[in-house]
Structures are given as C-alpha cells and as structure tokens.
Design a binder for this molecule. Sequence first.
Ligand code: SAH
Length: 250
Amino acid sequence: MIYFIGAGPGDPDLITVKGKKLIDEADVIIYAGSLVNPDVLKGAKPSAVIHNSAYMNLDEVIDVIKESTDKGLRVVRVHTGDPAIYGAIREQMDRLDELGIGFEVVPGVSSFLATAAVLKKEYTLPDVSQTVIITRMEGRTPMPPKEKLADLARHNSTMVIFLSIGFIEELCSTLIEGGYDPKTPVAVVYKATWPDQKVLRGDLTDIAEKVKDAKIEKTALTVVGGFLGDEYGLSKLYDKNFSTGYRKGQ
Ligand code: SAH
C-alpha cells in the first residue's frame, strides 16, 4: 500500500493531519521537489530515504515504489497542492494497478484555494459567477480543441489559470478576444502561502506589465473575474427573509 499525498500550496501547516502522519511514519518518501516545500518533510524519520521526483522519470518513480513495497517498506508519494489538479497522478495510479500495488489518495489544499484565501475573496458570488473554470494555456501539453481559452472566456465566469504565467500577455489578449471586458479585474498570486509570496492586482489591460515588472516567471496563478470586484448579490442561505432546512425566515 502506498499513499499519494497532497502537500498543500506551500505553508507546511497547510497539509492535512492525515498526510503529515503518513509522511512522519514513512520509510520511503518521493516528493515533487520543484514545488513541494521541503519543510513538509521535517517530521520524517531520520532513517527515511527521500527521493526528489524532479530528477526522475515515470519509470524511475514506479521502480522505487515497487522495490520499496516489495520489501514491505512504507512509501509515500508527495505532490504539491492537491494531486488531482495537474498532478500527473493518474499515470502513476494506472501503473500501480497493473502491478497490483494498492494505493490511497490523501487530498491537499490546492494552490487555487490557497489563492482565494490569500486574496480574501470568494470565487462564487451570487449575481457575479457561480462557475469556476480551472484551466491553463497550451504548453507542451496540448489543449483539447473544444477547450480553447477564448471559448472558455465566453462565459465570463470566474477563471483560474494554472501553469501560464510565462504567457501572461497572450493570456490576457485571448481572454479579451473571448469576451471578457478589458477592465475585468485580475489578480496574480506568486507562491501563495510561501514566505516570499507576492500578490499583484490589475485588470486585463495592465496586469501583464505588472507581472513583467515584478519578474514573476513561474509558480503563480492568474485569477480573473468580477468576483475580484465589490458588486454582488447577498446569499439566500443567510437571507433573513428566507427559510432553510435549519432556520425559519422572518
Ligand atoms: N497540484 C497543484 C498544481 C500543480 S501544477 C495544485 O493543486 O496546486 C503547478 C502550477 O500550480 C504552477 O505552475 C502554478 O501555476 C500553480 N501553483 C502551485 N503552487 C502554487 C502556489 N503556492 N502559488 C501560486 N501558484 C501555485
């Protein structure tokens, strides 16, 4: 049995209690060193063998898991944020299935949720947007033809764009082309919850320049939409005139 663990966005206190316990008990730790804060491994046993998967390919990761589980060792595979979001976890799970190695997934706080917390905003505001689109720009991984950014932009929903800070100019022009008002507010959060976190705010016309000036080139999320503004409807859930399953309206 091995555990895939979401390490959270950066702050080592933002891992789940379950994830931390498993790391602290592990004999073998494989972690995504390019993004996982090494401080989440601080409680590991001194005897734990630690592998940084930034230097490994899929075969090498699977080999370490297989050799270790064959010896009866406790193995954890630590991913940044939550492994279900751009985590390349599925290909590993499928290989483990083929090998008959059992696994469990322990979720984590994705950076897109940490970003909302840093910004002190809610992605789903009544009368603004009730939909969050998580996407990216095309890089080495191609975008499916029905998911072109300009098409997704047409909804004017809340949008969270991963892995794309290097293409911020093209990102903004495509979103405008797709139908967002050029004055739509945008925030860029670099290394949310890390000590060197940075937050930039602007709109689709000026954020790219701010990103260039701040020399932000990686590990950042771009969030777009009216949810960053101050106009919205109040919720029905807490409306004093409405009854809910728990509370009678006045
Ligand atoms: N599974 C991760 C995402 C991995 S893809 C998660 O759930 O967050 C890597 C991309 O995630 C980065 O290029 C960046 O766009 C984003 N990212 C990861 N950690 C971040 C952080 N602390 N702050 C801002 N963006 C982050």
